[in-house]
Design a binder for this molecule. Structure first.
Ligand code: PGA
Length: 255
């Protein structure tokens, strides 16, 4: 297991030229300063996958898609399959991001199927879970997250879980400037690990990387990444500029 994973999620930002330029900045830094403790990952729009994979080829960074179809192939206009993602050279796929759950009404069954497609293609699924503000206000955050884990992971054994990454992203902290406190992050990460320990086994639970996501920035990352059950971050806004993303990589590396 890498000590940390620093994962960017560009969402629907940057045109192709801008994405390549950002990837070039990352590549030149990573080639000069190969991280020893952390793995860098960038989640890019589909149209960037092939080009960014090429730019980052000798950097050690992993390129990820932000979603994949639950279907294998066929008449699904506008969809992109895990097989197609794999063919670009990408190595991972974000699944069940809260924006997909909210705007595309993705169910746990669909998310579960997407994880299966990703694993079939040897892509690392990054399964996102997290509660709404109303859930937290009603102290339902643990039951919401455990339902998401139960649904998303249904039918997968410990060997499959070992190939995945979990990202805890409280919806109220995404893109809002509001972060979970380091204590709130640690509490939920520990809960997720405990859940996985009961559902699978202690060793698998200990080994799985659990990332925190939601307004991670250079000025709060040190404290969040420093929590015992936090293995890095899934970073939206701050991954769109080389300066802030590289700073996050340095923070993980020198923590
Ligand atoms: P944010 O996004 O860092 O802009 O809050 C995180 C995410 O949605 O993955």
């Amino acid at each position: 297991m890498d000590k940390y994973i620093v994962a960017g999620n560009w969402k629907m930002n940057l045109n192709l030229r801008e994405g390549e330029a950002l990837a070039c900045e990352l590549a030149s830094y990573l080639e000069d300063h190969p991280p020893e403790k952390s793995r860098v990952l960038v989640g890019v729009p589909y149209i960037h996958l092939a080009a960014v994979t090429k730019v980052l080829a000798s950097s050690g960074a992993v390129v990820s898609a932000q979603d994949c179809s639950e279907h294998q192939k066929g008449a699904y206009t506008g969809e992109v399959s895990a097989t197609q993602i794999k063919s670009t050279g990408a190595g991972a796929v974000i699944v069940g991001h809260s924006e997909r759950r909210a705007y595309h009404h993705e169910s746990e069954e669909v998310i579960n199927q997407k994880i299966r497609r990703a694993l079939d293609e040897d892509l690392t699924p990054i399964l996102c879970v997290g509660e709404l503000l109303s859930d937290r206000k009603n102290q339902r955050q643990e039951s919401v997250v455990s339902e998401q884990l139960k649904g998303g992971l249904a039918g997968f054994d410990a060997a499959a879980l070992q190939k995945m990454v979990i990202a805890y992203e409280p919806v109220w902290a995404i893109g809002t400037g509001e972060t979970a406190s380091p204590e709130q992050a640690q509490e939920m990460h520990a809960f997720i690990r405990k859940y996985l320990g009961e559902y699978y086994d202690a060793e698998t639970a200990r080994e799985v990387s659990i990332l925190y996501g939601g307004s991670v920035k250079p000025d709060n990352a040190r404290e969040i990444f420093g929590q015992p059950d936090v293995n890095g971050g899934l970073i939206g806004g701050a991954s769109l500029k080389a300066a802030s993303f590289l700073e996050l990589i340095r923070i993980a590396e020198f923590l």
